[in-house]
Design a protein. Structure first.
Length: 61
């Protein structure tokens, strides 16, 4: 809950850095190239899977 009276779902949305160019990391769900460098160690999602995950985990109500 925020102090300005609005109720928002506050989820830590830490994102990996964007790559300047190839090679790109693979999406952990569909194996398509992402916008993130291949050297990034962690979970990376392509734009489509990232959007679908955001829709799935969005607050409702």
């Amino acid at each position: 809950m925020t102090t300005d009276g609005n109720d928002y779902c506050l989820i830590d949305a830490t994102r990996p850095p964007e790559a300047d160019g190839p090679p790109y990391a693979e999406c952990v769900l569909c194996r398509e190239p992402t916008e993130h460098p291949a050297s990034y160690k962690g979970i990376t999602l392509c734009p489509v899977c990232e959007w679908e995950e955001a829709q799935r985990t969005a607050c409702s109500g």
